[in-house]
Design a protein around this ligand. Structure first.
Ligand SMILES: [Zn+2]
Length: 328
């Protein structure tokens, strides 16, 4: 989707309100009451304005009396918006993307070693209980012989150390705050590039890759990989490019149907993202926050089910429309 298209969609949703717009997915078209001619004066339900995004450039057509015009002309006639206004806006979009891509210039470290300060989690019943409660060590998609560690921090704050084992080597690691204290929830090694956890263990018979933020969710999702954040580094993007001919690459965030913060995060991701444009949209029936919560509350793991995963994958427009129609 181009920035101009994003701008168009944002504008019509803001001006008309989401309840007054219908989206036809097969046509990539938005349907609403034409506000240039006022549409039918006899029926208030008639909606004859169509904005088509399936053309080389976006096009507006009114089946009442206005006829066909470019989307630029539509913006001008309908809302008196001229091109200088949105051009400014879509150049800002562009700058944002460039900033994200240039950020990380650290080196990729071939292999990390277990640090002397790292202790076995079996030595600490609190941490061991926590890991057991979250079913971490019995997760189906972990590296072979995967071990977690912990460290004691200042003022008795403990952190769990999670090694990123990729191709049998610790290529990276992260630590997670154990109790709620003032320290950051997640920490990553400094001066080292973040690879992709799980990318070495894909099942090629299932041509999907799910991109997740948190590692303790990733290990419950078939062909789930962890980025360690809900954005992507340049290295991670380069790695994924090698897979995109054979796999559909899908973003999977926490459940956006139960929480507004996740939903806002998701919309931001859709708006900023251009290259990998498929999204897992949580079905309404699933009422948990994330895959790890799901397995804690259920005896089966729905995130191992290929059909369940596949059937909730949406393209950018559909995902966006589904999200915009959610009410909190
Ligand atoms: Zn009209």
């Amino acid at each position: 989707m181009t920035n101009f298209e994003k701008y168009l969609i944002k504008t019509i949703y803001t001006k008309f309100g989401k309840d007054n717009i219908f989206y036809k997915e097969d046509k990539r078209a938005f349907n609403f009451k034409c506000c240039i001619c006022g549409d039918s004066h006899k029926s208030e339900h008639k909606k004859r304005g169509w904005l088509y995004l399936d053309r080389a450039t976006p096009l507006y057509h009114c089946y009442n009396e206005c006829g066909t015009m470019s989307a630029e002309t539509f913006l001008k006639k309908a809302f008196n918006i001229d091109s200088s206004e949105y051009k400014k806006e879509y150049y800002t979009f562009k700058n944002k993307e460039e900033v994200i891509e240039k950020k990380q210039e650290n080196k990729l470290i071939e292999e990390f070693q277990v640090d002397k300060s790292w202790k076995q989690i079996t030595d600490n019943y609190q941490i061991l209980n926590y890991v057991k409660k979250r079913k971490i060590l019995e997760a189906p998609y972990t590296p072979k012989d995967w071990k977690l560690y912990y460290i004691d921090g200042k003022f008795d704050s403990k952190r769990i150390i999670i090694p990123w084992i990729i191709d049998d080597k610790m290529k990276y690691w992260q630590s997670r705050q154990f109790a709620k204290d003032n320290s950051p929830r997640y920490l990553f090694p400094k001066n080292s590039q973040k690879p992709i956890f799980g990318i070495d263990r894909l099942d090629s018979n299932f041509p999907y890759i799910f991109l997740l933020e948190g590692i303790f969710n990733t290990i419950f999702v078939k062909n789930g990989v962890c980025l360690g954040s809900c954005s992507m580094t340049e290295l991670q993007r380069d790695i994924l490019r090698k897979y995109k001919d054979n796999y559909t690459i899908v973003w999977m965030l926490d459940n956006t149907t139960i929480d507004k913060t996740s939903s806002d995060k998701f919309l931001k991701l859709i708006n900023n993202n251009n290259e990998f444009n498929n999204y897992f949209v949580w079905p309404k029936e699933v009422k948990v926050k994330d895959p790890n919560d799901y397995v804690q509350e259920n005896t089966c793991n729905i995130f191992s089910d290929e059909n369940f995963l596949k059937s909730n994958v949406c393209g950018q427009d559909k995902a966006k429309v589904k999200l915009l129609f959610k009410k909190f």
